[in-house]
Design a protein around this ligand. Structure first.
Ligand code: NG6
Ligand code: CA
Length: 511
């Protein structure tokens, strides 16, 4: 597939038939983790300030209907990279510690498209898309390939899973960084020996106690999902993750400043375990969850500093987004709920992470390109799945018909072109496999709940499971919180949306 892409690109060069003058800005996608609609002062938070991100919002486009494609991490990242809904492919739910790479190596990814356009490509930060071949998973002591380099990235510096899962090591290229071969790294889902200390056997020694799950191997005083031994010299401290991303991004940008580049900067903030650097601990007054937001904001400021220092700010399109909506207690007792005061992480929306209500996927979404994007607020609907087709359009890169099958070109909207329109309809998925979907068309919102349960209270309570009817209809223009089901009042609208959603699912593509 990659060969075909290159061939298509070369033949268009030979024919010299570019129809539009392509713009080739550098592109940086900053994807925050579990950042909710209400979690930034640019989006109405008043309990603390996020000045660096607010600066992007004030100088760029701030979207009020920007969405992550799913309400958990792995499927949103899968969809961002492949431009295809994760529910179309089995095994794209939250990836386990030893999970294999869930993006098929022959898929055309957003990174492939950038490469085709002559960009250098990198991913720095949280991966959580699995590593290694199907049926095998990562070889932690050898090569972890296939990984990012097999799906379009020239460079990677990764937290392989998510930091509440083992192991706490960085992966650069296809190797674990700093691994001592005399102390091999073993990762598994069973306790390796009866005397292996865990969050259960050594709970009283933990610096951050768990609330559910997360009681396997202990590292840095925090017990995790899964077990590991060895690799001690390679292990990082949770507190140092943001500094590592900032330093690696700065170095990579410096080394790649002279040709167009695409950087996927995937912060771990504010995913659990929330353990920001000591200099942020206690800063917000709302506990480590909000302290992690301040750390995320700092990281955005550092990126801006790097771009300014390298003279790249006016040549770089920045997209700031989230991978899913917010959650308070996601497995550790960090008092997020108790200390939140008046702060509402999902803003005016219902639900959060794991949910197909708006709070699960409607998240901060900002585009910034100094001197190119006119500042303003946009109510147009855009989703992280659209970045692939939009970047392809922006760089004049041909998008093969069978690639990125659910990605819509919203480049005009991202750049703030007057009169440009966003999505007419939007599918919202949860972790996948439940049959639960949200479907937004204009200001109508259909909620389909095949599982008959909705994680609609996770922001308020711990993973509460509330029974719901198979379909509900909401009018977001009157009822943004999705509190009043109007299906009985608008049966025709309900039938229309049900049929359209079913057709999109059945068709295997929506572009
Ligand atoms: C869930 C975990 C949660 C978090 C999530 C992934 C339990 C009970 N819950 O299974 O803590 O790790 O997976 O989050 O273990 S995500 O943002 O990476 O999708
Ligand atoms: Ca997440």
């Amino acid at each position: 597939m990659r060969f075909l892409l290159v061939a298509a690109f070369c033949s268009s060069l030979l024919c010299a038939l570019p129809t539009v003058a392509a713009e080739k800005p550098n592109v940086v996608v900053i994807m925050a983790d579990d950042l909710g609609y209400g979690d930034l002062s640019a989006y109405g938070a008043t309990a603390f300030q996020t000045p660096h991100i607010d600066r992007l919002a004030a100088g760029g486009r701030r979207f009020t209907s920007g969405y992550s494609t799913a309400s958990t991490c792995t499927p949103t990242r899968y969809s961002f990279l492949t431009g295809s809904y994760a529910f179309r492919r089995k095994g794209t739910g939250i990836a386990p510690p030893n999970g294999h790479l869930v993006v098929p190596p022959d898929a055309v990814t957003v990174a492939d498209l950038a490469r085709t356009a002559g960009y250098r490509t990198a991913v720095i930060g949280k991966w959580h898309l699995g590593l290694g071949a199907e049926g095998k998973g990562p070889d932690w002591n050898g090569s972890i390939a296939p990984g990012p380099r097999e799906i379009g990235f020239d460079y990677n510096f990764l937290l392989p899973t998510t930091n509440d899962r083992v192991p706490q090591v960085f992966v650069e290229g296809d190797r674990v960084v700093g691994l001592d071969p005399r102390d091999p790294l073993w990762v598994g889902d069973r306790i390796p020996s009866p005397d292996h200390p865990t969050g259960i056997s050594h709970r009283d020694t933990l610096k951050l106690n768990w609330s559910h799950g997360h009681n396997g191997t202990i590292h840095n005083g925090i017990s995790r999902i899964g077990f590991y031994t060895g690799g001690h010299a390679a292990r990082f401290r949770d507190e140092d993750l943001a500094d590592a991303w900032a330093a690696k991004a700065d170095a990579w940008l410096e080394g790649n400043r002279s040709q167009p580049f695409f950087l996927f900067l995937a912060s771990h903030d504010l995913h659990v375990p929330r353990m920001p650097h000591e200099r942020f601990q206690g800063k917000s007054g709302l506990g480590f969850r909000a302290d992690s937001i301040l750390q995320l904001d700092w990281q955005v400021g550092e990126l801006m500093k790097s771009l300014d220092r390298l003279g790249l700010t006016e040549k770089t399109l920045i997209v700031l987004c989230s991978d899913n909506g917010p959650v308070m207690d996601d497995g550790y007792q960090d008092s997020a709920l108790e200390k939140r005061g008046s702060h509402r992480a999902a803003g005016p929306y219902r639900g959060g992470k794991y949910s197909v209500f708006e709070g699960g996927t409607r998240t901060p979404f900002i585009t910034y390109w100094k001197g190119r994007i006119a500042p303003g607020v946009s109510d147009e609907v855009v989703s992280t799945i659209d970045l692939a087709a939009s970047f392809a359009a922006l760089t004049g890169t041909p998008l093969p018909d069978d690639a990125c099958v659910d990605s819509v070109d919203v480049s005009g909207v991202l750049l703030g072109t007057p009169g440009a329109r966003g999505r007419k309809e939007l599918v919202q998925q949860d972790n996948g496999g439940s049959g639960n979907f949200g479907f937004r068309a204009g200001s109508w919102k259909l909620v389909r709940s095949d599982s008959r349960f909705a994680h609609n209270l996770v922001v308020e309570e711990r993973l509460a499971r509330t029974p719901v009817p198979p379909y509900q209809l909401f009018d977001l223009s009157q009822d943004p919180y999705e509190s009043t089901d109007v299906l009985a009042r608008h049966p025709e609208k309900g039938e229309e949306l049900k049929a359209r959603l079913a057709a999109i699912i059945a068709a295997g593509r929506s572009r």
